[in-house]
Design a protein around this ligand. Sequence first.
Ligand code: OGA
Ligand code: NI
Length: 339
Amino acid sequence: MALAGSSNLTSIPSHYAFTTTTPGDQAIHADLDDSIPVIDFSLLSSSNPDQRSKAVFDLAKACQDWGVFMLINHGVPENQMKATVDALKGFFDLTEEEKNEFQGKHVLDPIRYGTSFKASVDKVFLWRDFLKMTVHPKFHCPPKPEGLSKVLAEYCGEVRKLARELLKGISESLGLEPGYVDKTMDMDSSLQILAANLYPPCPQPELAMGLPSHSDYGLLTILMQNDIGGLQVHHGGKWVKVDPIPNALVVNNGDQLEIMSNGRYKSVLHRAAVNNKATRISIPFNTGPSSDTVVVPAEQLVDGEHNQATNILMTYKDYMEFKQSRVLDKGSSLNQVKI
Ligand code: OGA
Ligand code: NI
């Protein structure tokens, strides 16, 4: 049963209650002197070399110290962002019967609608419904509601350009050629997944979980959200709340970036909490390399004993499948496949 449309509960059904929350697990607001970095995309694309190198330096610091940053002045028009959120809300407003046509069976199916994580096997249910679509190299989208496909194709086009520029800046920030990722990872065929997470108000938010701690499998995730907070990132041994900045996007490192950077840019653990006031929607765009790429550490970042290569030697497709086939509460799965 999906959560969308089930708004009159006064307590949560018992199969949504997490019993493993440990004291000290409470999330905090970031310190004023160590807050989530903000990257101004307009400086990264500036023709002024001083501005650009400052932006590349800031990017290095953000990816290394936090693994997550807010992206402002990114150029994605505000009305397009709003149209994307509205169109995806429209999908969740379809009847259960209509939505169920898009229940994928396999983790690599191009369109998958569902609730929780894998409702058929989850022991504790997550307080979210989701829709996931492979949007590149081939674009997939449910044909309803009308207009969804056009809006998403446009949004993905914009975010795809952003991702590519960011990956150039990130390559440069590691002392590599700006085109390093583009060339070595076959980005013309990069595997990209757009998801939408719907977190309706929850009568007992402290007992339920939107998404437990995990890292993302790709290179980078670029997340848009409505103005309701819930995302938390693990930083300095604590869970830190990511307060939404209007119109900003949230970008985080994924597992493949950790491998490519030989551990310098760690994929950040994050999770989503729920609240009892308003429906939150988050729309992560996940970009990886092409599905057949085996990501390896950049040679320049491997130097002798102190910086041994961290390798998993799996195609991206196999890694995704491996990661999605596991339960979603073990944090970073990279540790289990490192060789
Ligand atoms: C995800 C994710 C966070 C959020 O879908 O992988 O981390 O805020 N979402 O919904
Ligand atoms: Ni995630």
